[in-house]
Design a protein around this ligand. Structure first.
Ligand code: FAD
Length: 322
């Protein structure tokens, strides 16, 4: 039996988290002597990209080449996936734990009558238990799904793909039970942050909190992000106050990120914030209060006024980069 992976793409470019999930699935499959099937929805303008999924572990690619699937639609994608998984008598479907995966996975699990386990961070142990963080990252649980069919989401930045040189066998696949008539959402407009690294895919994140006093002071956060090639994020009160857009809010009620480097500026380090960032490899905290709880989670800390420290940091990095 094959392991199916929803390989999310945008205009022919596969998301980093999708490639990580494929690689993860290939590790999972090799211990069970299974093959990995990547599922790609919508038209694609670079057909070679499909076969290239073989480099990340896909043996086969099933391409649902239909214009009505070009825009992500959790409900519709779940219906298509369900039909495909049933046709191939699959028992496992994986996807990244990102915006789209978080929307699609529960829909699919309900439609397909499968067990759902989200945000896993490990391969299963010999008892088929998967590791995931619980209680806002304060504890780790090993969870076993008792169902035969399983939908799993993998936390981004958990596994680093090591691309090989295999090519996947690409096949077109058309649903017979789902059609364009079932589409209920029409995408009117997409606003993109040109040139910016998506938050969940960023390896460096510069994040600001209420200590920055107001939106007018975000220029230095953006500058620091620019010199580091980083994405920007913020704490929840900052997004709630409208200083920054909500899609930048990280934490328990926002995004979970796992960059190599997370720089927190003027953020106290409340447990709800830490829940979304404590999987980061290195955490640097800049805060004027030496008692700020964030310092306990930090690998490096600077006690100081952000308005003095950050401009000096930007200058130092610029000088270092020449
Ligand atoms: P503050 O707590 O006000 O901290 C500001 C920090 O800036 C302080 O530590 C201060 O010392 C420092 N500072 C001030 N001036 C300067 C300066 N000039 N230079 C350097 N440092 C300075 N929060 C989230 O972030 N994400 C979530 O997902 C989230 N979910 C929540 C869910 C629930 C159910 C609840 C109850 C709360 C949630 N919160 C969340 C809110 C959370 O509890 C905190 O209130 C919030 O994280 C605090 O944001 P902050 O650190 O930016 O602000």
């Amino acid at each position: 039996m094959a392991i199916f992976v929803f390989a999310d793409q945008h205009q022919g470019t596969f998301k980093k988290a999708a490639l990580e999930t494929l690689f993860y699935a290939s590790q999972l499959a090799s211990s069970r002597q299974q093959e990995v099937v990547a599922v790609v929805m919508g038209e694609i303008n670079q057909p070679r990209a499909l076969a290239d999924l073989g480099k990340y572990g896909a043996r086969r690619v099933l391409h649902v080449d239909a214009a009505w699937l070009n825009d992500f639609d959790a409900r519709l994608y779940a219906l298509v996936l369900k039909e495909m998984l049933n046709q191939y008598a699959a028992d496992r479907c994986l996807m990244p734990h990102d915006f789209n995966g978080r929307a699609l996975a529960p829909y699919l699990a309900a439609q397909w009558q499968a067990g759902l386990l989200t945000g896993i961070v490990s391969l299963p142990d010999d008892k088929d238990c998967y590791q995931k963080q619980v209680f806002s990252g304060k504890a780790t649980a090993w969870i076993k799904l008792q169902t035969e069919r399983q939908v799993l989401t993998l936390l981004p930045n958990t596994f680093t793909p090591q691309p090989g040189d295999s090519q996947a066998q690409v096949e077109r696949w058309q649903p017979t039970q789902v059609s364009a008539q079932q589409k209920r959402i029409q995408l009117k407009e997409v606003q993109t942050t040109q040139g910016r690294v998506p938050l969940t895919e960023a390896s460096i994140i510069v994040s600001g909190g209420r200590g920055l006093k107001g939106p007018e002071n975000w220029g230095m956060i953006e500058q620091l992000a620019e010199v580091l090639g980083a994405a920007t994020a913020c704490s929840r009160p900052v997004a709630d106050a409208g200083w920054r857009p909500h899609h930048e809010h990280v934490g328990q009620t926002g995004l979970t990120v796992r960059p190599n480097l997370y720089i927190a500026i003027g953020i106290s380090g409340a447990i709800q914030h830490l829940a979304g960032v404590n999987g980061s490899k290195y955490i640097v905290v800049i805060n004027k209060d030496p008692e700020a709880p964030f310092f306990q989670a930090a690998d490096y800390g600077i006690v100081g006024d952000a308005f003095e420290v950050v401009p000096r940091l930007i200058e130092a990095i610029k000088k270092y980069k020449g």
